[in-house]
Design a binder for this molecule. Structure first.
Ligand SMILES: [Zn+2]
Length: 415
């Protein structure tokens, strides 16, 4: 859809900065851990902004917030947009907040231009996207989407033993709406890329076509602790050596897929972790990702076969527990096309991109036609206090969101 109406980039930026002051850290980042007092402060501020626009707010049983602007036709399903306001412990100002505050700017612009859309529009703040407090990322959207049962989510605890339901109650955000999918027409999420591709290619917008397939494991290698000085090569069963070979294998399997594959060992425990002991035991994580599920499966199969051989050659024992295998989540072609139309209409440089990270949109997409819009971030850096974007990038992303949402909410519906 063509429109000459423009969102207010300065208002967007100043609102982003106002939200970033909630939980601001000395190094310029944000610490707004989910369901804490700081999160409550951010939610209250967001709610206050929404109410000032005449939006009505619903909160569901897991604390997801939905701010609704009515449309002309009450029989139409709402068009959703949003992201999350919680952050990592030393997070940045834009991860999540950009999508929520840009949604707010869309609502403000609709009011400014006196636009009544056909369908209602709802702006969502999903609870606990980051997973840094209760160890469960995408908690709000995952519970809403039925991936995590509500009672199980409530029973999760943080490091102090505080349960999710208690934390929701203590900040006053355990709502009464069912945490379950309702009929919605579409969902659009604007997010920073959290990777280096757009910046490297000088593109202003990423048109996200879906999320990668993933396979996650826990690995355990058992050798034998022995004296570093007295144990000759022929009798060593060095679990850390075996692990090093496995890590090298993970990297090799990744690199065999060019730029599309991902393979990471990001967590490792060594026992007894002592300078003069041949290490007898390790535990570590392994994960593979690829835009194509069959390739992710092939990486996993290759890994399972070759790792077992490598470990056996060191005289150690090997056990591998698969945690999950997640198919790639393609986004909706019609919603992607609306993002593409907006980009073309605005003459922005753009490329299609697959999301390397998990996002609320990935779970929402199981029930609602979905698309995402990425904006570049400096040096591809995120989950870091130095996370940075340019005001013009936020403005461009928000303008694309505005046009895509407007087009969807006004689309002709047959019958
Ligand atoms: Zn995020």
């Amino acid at each position: 859809m063509q429109t000459n109406q423009r969102i207010d980039g300065e208002r967007l930026w100043s609102t982003l900065m106002a939200m970033a002051s909630v939980g601001a850290t000395p190094k310029g980042g944000v610490r707004r851990l989910t369901l804490t007092e700081v999160d409550r402060e951010g939610r209250d501020l967001f709610a206050q902004w929404c109410k000032a626009l005449g939006l009505t707010i619903r909160v569901d049983e897991i604390g997801n917030m939905f701010a609704r602007r009515e449309g002309r036709d009450p029989s139409r399903k709402p068009v959703l947009m949003g992201s999350h306001l919680d952050s990592q412990p030393s997070g940045g100002k834009f991860d999540g907040a950009l999508g929520v505050i840009a949604g707010l700017e869309v609502m403000r612009s609709l009011n400014d231009f006196n636009i009544t859309t056909e369908a209602p529009i709802e702006l969502v703040n999903w609870t606990d996207e980051e997973g840094s407090r209760f160890g469960h990322s995408l908690m709000g959207s995952g519970t809403w989407a039925g991936v995590f049962p509500l009672e199980k989510t409530y029973a999760l605890t943080d490091a102090q033993g505080v349960r999710v339901d208690t934390a929701l109650d203590s900040i006053g955000y355990r709502g009464t709406e069912p945490a379950a999918p309702f009929a919605a027409d579409a969902y659009f999420e604007l997010h920073i890329e959290q990777g280096p591709i757009l910046e490297r290619e000088g593109k202003r917008i990423g048109i996200v076509t879906g999320a990668q397939a993933q396979v996650w494991y826990d690995a355990h290698i058992l050798g034998q602790d022995s004296h570093a000085g007295t144990t000759p090569p022929s009798t060593r069963r060095d679990a850390l050596l075996a692990t090093a070979r496995v890590i090298e294998l993970v990297d090799r399997i990744m690199r065999a897929r060019g730029e599309d594959g991902r393979g990471t060992v990001g967590w490792l425990q060594v026992a007894p972790n002592s300078r003069n002991v041949v290490p007898g035991e390790t535990r570590f994580s392994v994960e593979f990702r690829h835009p194509d599920f069959s390739q992710a499966q092939a990486m996993a199969a290759e890994f399972e076969a070759e790792a077992a051989t490598l470990v056996a050659a060191t005289g150690c024992n090997w056990s591998l527990t698969e945690l999950f295998r997640l198919d790639a989540q393609p986004f909706d072609p019609a919603c992607i096309a609306l993002v593409e139309d907006a980009v073309a209409n605005l003459g922005l440089s753009a490329r299609r991109i697959v999301s390397g990270a998990g996002h609320d949109a990935v779970y929402v997409a199981r029930h609602v036609p979905t698309a995402m819009i990425f904006t570049p971030c400096k040096d591809g850096l995120s989950h870091n206090e130095a996370e940075s974007i340019e005001p013009e990038e936020a403005q461009a992303g928000c303008q694309v969101l505005f046009q895509a949402v407007l087009a969807r909410a006004n689309r002709p519906i047959a019958g």
